[in-house]
Unconditional design. Structure first.
Length: 254
């Protein structure tokens, strides 16, 4: 039995259990504020807009495949609509890369919320750092791509201490990403909890009404909500009015 089939079988069992009235999913506790994509049916497919260059295409494909192991949620790569500025598009996630400059961050994940429902998202990968010897590696590219897309699904980090033992998940901060390139079972367990209910409306798939934005500059992220273990601001929230807000996760270069 191959590993993907075994994992799909495990996660299917977790999802079935999570819909029961008395069962619980153990250990996974890293939801990002309860944020999730609203949908009226399971399963559903979240579109990942491909605005990345050829160097990143393989990593986007790997990440999409990794997160699609979860049985309730699939991700599908589609032509990007974000352009060079990575404009957010309602109903999907735009994934982008360019040289954003020596601003300190490797990657950022931003989600636009109405209540706890994600309406649109962007992932930005900073080639200013990925062009350097330290970060221009398969493990670093896999970790950052996987982690930032994971945030747009509603996941937080499993751990934010850089120099402890790796948890073998891309949702873990680390100095050595060698074993932290993909999700682990706890990530799928947490997604099972996040998506264990249905909604009366949907925020998935209606790719209309693109929304202009600028999340490149830290001044656009709003107020600091949390620092990482090194004392750097890692989570931001910006009130957009009318019950909407922008929330941004940041992973910094060393």
């Amino acid at each position: 039995m191959n590993s993907i089939f075994r994992r799909k079988t495990l996660i299917a069992a977790i999802v079935i259990i999570s819909f029961g009235t008395s069962a619980m999913v153990a250990n996974a506790t890293h939801s990002w504020g309860g944020y999730h994509w609203a949908r009226t049916t399971n399963a559903f497919t979240l579109k990942l807009g491909d605005n990345v260059g050829p160097t990143w295409d393989t990593y986007l494909t790997t990440t999409s495949s990794d997160w699609s192991v979860f049985t309730v949620l699939d991700t599908g790569i589609v032509p990007g609509q974000g352009g060079r500025n990575c404009t957010a598009t309602t109903g999907r996630v735009e994934v982008c890369n360019k040289k954003y400059g020596n601003n300190g961050w490797l990657g950022i994940a931003s989600i636009w919320l109405s209540g706890t429902h994600i309406a649109r998202g962007t992932v930005k990968l900073n080639d200013t750092y990925f062009a350097t010897g330290k970060y221009n590696t398969t493990p670093w590219r896999n970790l950052v791509m996987c982690q930032e897309v994971g945030h747009t699904l509603g996941l937080d980090h499993q751990d934010e201490v850089f120099d402890n033992t790796n948890k073998d998940t891309c949702m873990d901060y680390t100095n050595d990403p060698s074993t932290n390139q993909h999700p682990n079972d706890h990530d799928y367990e947490e997604l099972a909890k996040i998506y264990s209910h249905l909604d009366t409306t949907t925020t998935v798939g209606a790719t209309t009404a693109s929304k202009a934005n600028s999340t490149d500059d830290p001044s656009s992220w709003g107020k600091e909500i949390r620092k990482d273990a090194r004392g750097r601001s890692s989570l931001f929230e910006r009130d957009l009015g009318n019950g909407e807000k922008l929330v941004t996760h940041v992973i910094w270069a060393s």
